[in-house]
Design a protein around this ligand. Structure first.
Ligand SMILES: Nc1ncnc2c1ncn2[C@@H]1O[C@H](COP(=O)(O)OP(=O)(O)OP(=O)(O)O)[C@@H](O)[C@H]1O
Ligand SMILES: [Mg+2]
Length: 252
């Protein structure tokens, strides 16, 4: 379980995450929804130990994040970004997948087996000798996801990974989210994607504005593909929704 208490993060001299409390159980799928600049990526980067925090605490499976060395942290928590290029470090897809694995200190044999398994699982066989930077946008994102999944982290963050993708690749990622039994944190601005979470968290101006189990939302038929319909359904169910006024305010 990941537990975050009273977390604040400062970037460029400004507090961008303010007094955040958050918990993420093993196997739980969370959706973090929020407008541009809300602090979603900053939060994700802090959770994966990539930026430092101003105050508060992040515990990963009961250990403070600062107690993990880099290989152990990479085994615990993985992150995929909107822009997959920022993640690439080699000029060959097979090497790219192997690179992450060499960082978590596996034997050469283990690396070889895992690379082949993930290439098959993601049907990347035809891309294995290609330069990741010369692939299509969709192929790049699949390679980036495969590289992170190869490390089989216990917790996996997807930071707006579908926003620039073609429909077919997006559908593949949706299938992965649906079928996965991993702990997922799906960061998005796309209402369609709410349905992949067990719990939905809305964040605005660095603060959690609303939290609800997806089952609650589903039971009230609040999950739709359309924001306007979403608002209409919120209105219809307002009696049973705590913070209803606040949600409407946020949705604008
Ligand atoms: N490297 C940085 N240096 C300084 N300020 C930053 C940096 N990265 C982000 N910020 C600021 O932190 C705030 C939160 O940004 P963040 O990227 O976390 O938001 P976000 O919710 O991920 O937005 P988006 O949906 O656009 O990706 C913004 O005000 C942003 O300008
Ligand atoms: Mg972001």
């Amino acid at each position: 379980m990941i537990t975050v208490s009273s977390l604040s993060i400062k970037r460029g001299g400004k507090i961008v995450i303010h007094d955040f409390d958050f918990s993420w159980h093993r196997g739980e799928k969370l959706v973090l929804l929020g407008p541009n600049g809300a602090g979603k990526s900053s939060f994700a980067l802090a959770l994966s130990g990539m930026i430092s925090i101003e105050s508060g605490e992040i515990l990963i499976d009961s250990e403070p994040i600062s107690d993990y060395d880099l290989p152990s942290l990479r085994k615990k928590i993985g992150i995929v970004f909107q822009d997959p290029e920022s993640q690439f470090v080699t000029n060959d897809v097979r090497q790219e997948i192997a690179f992450g694995l060499s960082n978590i200190k596996l034997t050469r044999e283990e690396i070889k087996t895992r690379v082949e398994t993930i290439i098959n699982n993601f049907t990347l066989n035809e891309l294995t000798s290609r330069d990741p930077l010369k692939l299509s946008g969709g192929e790049k994102q699949l390679v980036a996801i495969a590289s992170i999944c190869a490390m089989s982290p216990d917790y996996l963050i997807f930071d707006e990974v579908t926003s620039l993708l073609d429909r077919a690749t997006r559908e593949r990622i949706y299938r992965l989210w649906e079928e996965s039994s991993l702990s997922l944190l799906i960061i998005t601005q796309n209402f369609d994607e709410i349905k992949y979470g067990d719990k939905v968290i809305l964040i605005e101006n660095g603060e959690i504005s609303f939290e609800s189990s997806a089952t609650d939302l589903k039971e009230k038929s609040l999950i739709t593909t359309d924001e306007i319909i979403f608002k209409r359904l919120l209105e219809k169910n307002k009696e049973s929704i705590p913070q209803y006024e606040r949600i409407l305010e946020i949705l604008g």
